[in-house]
Design a protein around this ligand. Structure first.
Ligand SMILES: [Zn+2]
Length: 242
């Protein structure tokens, strides 16, 4: 059984979405949004395909403004019944947007999630320490999933102490960083993800939820338990988080 806790399915062609819906191995895939346009696309996708769940969020892209945040908040309030999480949100020092403004919009979205009792899906780049400092204030108030977390192991341990969840991408088959994370993080805090169409375990192919079968093999090897046990644990974690 496949659970993809973080993907961008609005970037996949319709035929692929139909394939996902028909694929008996796939149980859930969470499609994440980065701006209002992708929120709207993902909302429509999740209405059409029962396995696809919708996360609504604003990533700190260059052209993000307070006005855009306002439109986003209105969209979330209007469609809250269709939303399962706020994501992907975060702070990112590789984006050109003013870092202080990024933090402001990040905090606004965390507060919105808290108000509506939604979990949050977080991505940070080159700002993992700052992100954890902000998220620490929401400990016990928000369920937090750190997607594709590339902070050092000291920060991974801090995330574990704060009770956060981590989703491990399918390129774990090649990445020593993610393999080591699987040894450090408790089993009940781990989810699987693809970040489709990015981070493919096969360099020549676009990523898709089905490739999580590769992660399951790798996790089973690292955890030293059968794949079915891994699948059961991931399902328990998914249901606990969302
Ligand atoms: Zn993503």
């Amino acid at each position: 059984m496949i659970i993809d806790a973080h993907a961008h399915l609005d970037f996949l062609p319709e035929e692929k979405l139909i394939e996902i819906e028909k694929d008996k191995r796939i149980k859930y895939a969470v499609t994440n949004s980065v701006n209002l346009d992708s929120c709207k696309k993902n909302l429509e996708i999740s209405k059409k395909f029962s396995k696809i769940k919708f996360a609504s969020g604003l990533y700190p892209e260059d052209d993000l403004t307070l006005k855009k945040y306002g439109d986003f908040e209105e969209f979330v309030l209007k469609n809250k019944k269709e939303i399962i999480a706020i994501g992907e949100i975060g702070i990112d020092k590789t984006e050109k947007l003013d870092f202080e403004f990024q933090k402001e919009v990040f905090i606004k979205q965390l507060n919105l999630a808290k108000k509506l009792s939604f979990p949050v899906i977080i991505h940070t780049r080159k700002a993992e320490k700052e992100a954890l400092e902000i998220l620490e204030n929401y400990k016990d108030k928000l369920k937090v999933l750190l997607h594709c977390f590339s902070g050092n192991f000291k920060l991974v341990k801090k995330g574990v102490e704060l009770g956060f969840f981590f989703s491990i991408p399918a390129n774990v088959v090649r990445s020593e960083h993610f393999q080591k994370m699987l040894e450090i993080i408790p089993k009940n805090k781990i989810l699987t993800e693809t970040d489709s169409p990015y981070l493919s375990p096969f360099p020549e192919k676009k990523n898709e939820p089905a490739f999580i079968s590769e992660s399951l093999k790798k996790i089973s090897e690292i955890w030293k338990i059968p794949e079915e046990e891994v699948e059961k644990q991931i399902l328990i974690n998914f249901e606990e988080f969302f």
